[in-house]
Design a protein. Structure first.
Length: 322
């Protein structure tokens, strides 16, 4: 069980000293917040902790306590006693840090994706958790490490961002109890919310406006797609990470059940994000393209040009929506 795996993980953590933490590429609030929260907690019990960068870190999250300690792996960091991988459904999602899995004495996989491949020596995987941050909270509490504002700010960010500000159906009373405790210890949620949600750059705003001209509807307006090309980024002076959030905006449209955003990473490398509202399991759709995720939020990649990729993904979504 998850509880048993957590007990075993705690034994390992107490036994070893050099702990490495990493997570998935295309970072988000849950994986960054989870990595930082567990790293700060383990440093409080004097562990030698390295938090590894798997990908470019979005500027938006650099306000988080500990974020400036995230670094590229290098051998000088020493032997990897324990490799804690958070919020990461499979090994490939680790990017370059995947290679470290075989260097580590023990791998602890902490995640909430239903599609998790259980690649760890220990697997604390609970799809009922609304965010990996909830599992990290539980682990920290179980270890008897006291929460503080820095740890709490990271947990708040992890949980808020992965639950659409505590609104998705993944949210439970436990989610709210954790957040209540964070507020009780003094986490400044107002400032965090301003940093996370009221901080849109002009470049991102321009990108949003441009990309909205590519909106397309299918199946009685129940499917909506939007495209973000490299050309648009150049034009808006924006980065691909600025596309974050556009998908939740187009999902708001009344008739929409499935929203799909296609991002042109390279000419023939299209990153696809999927969101659903009520009925459709988008994780299943993503899995049919070797991706994964959650019932209401998932993603995958298609190696063709953006128009072809759109045809392919819409074809698949149509089969499910019909
Ligand atoms: P996003 O659309 O924000 O990139 O991702 C939504 C969800 O789907 C996240 O939980 C993320 O972990 C998952 N996801 C996105 N892309 C992929 C992918 O290529 N492979 C897998 N396994 N999961 C993905
Ligand atoms: Mn994530
Ligand atoms: Mn997550």
């Amino acid at each position: 069980s998850t509880n048993h795996q957590m007990d075993e993980a705690i034994k390992l953590i107490l036994q070893y000293n050099n702990i490495f933490i990493a997570s998935h590429i295309n970072p988000d609030g849950d994986n960054i917040g989870s990595m930082l929260a567990i790293s700060l907690a383990l440093r409080k019990i004097n562990k030698n902790v390295s938090v590894l960068k798997s990908d470019v870190l979005p500027e938006d999250f650099m306000f988080l306590p500990g974020s400036h300690d995230i670094q590229e792996y290098k051998e000088e960091l020493g032997p990897i006693d324990i490799f804690i991988v958070v919020d990461c459904s499979d090994e490939d999602r680790l990017g370059n840090n995947k290679a470290l899995l075989s260097n580590a004495k023990k791998v602890i996989n902490i995640d909430h994706h239903i599609s998790n491949t259980m690649f760890g020596d220990l697997n604390i995987v609970d799809p009922k958790s609304a965010a990996t941050g909830e599992l990290i909270y539980k682990l920290i509490k179980k270890m008897g490490i006291s929460l503080d504002i820095d740890i709490g700010s990271n947990l708040y960010t992890a949980i808020s961002t992965d639950t659409g500000k505590f609104s998705y159906e993944s949210v439970t009373s436990r989610t709210h109890r954790i957040i209540a405790e964070l507020i009780d210890i003094g986490v400044d949620f107002n400032t965090i919310n301003l940093n996370l949600y009221e901080n849109m750059s002009i470049e991102k705003t321009k990108l949003f406006i441009q990309s909205l001209s590519t909106l397309k509807f299918y199946e009685g307006n129940s499917i909506v797609t939007l495209k973000i090309t490299k050309e648009m980024l150049k034009h808006a002076g924006a980065k691909m990470e600025d596309a974050e959030g556009i998908i939740s905006f187009i999902r708001k449209i009344e008739s929409v059940e499935v929203a799909c955003v296609l991002k042109e990473i390279e000419m023939n490398n299209i990153k696809i994000s999927l969101r659903s509202k009520r009925d459709v399991d988008v994780a299943l759709i993503a899995q049919s393209f070797d991706g994964g995720g959650h019932i209401r939020a998932a993603g995958c990649s298609i190696n063709s040009n953006i128009e072809e990729a759109e045809k392919e993904i819409v074809g698949k979504i149509r089969e499910v929506v019909r």
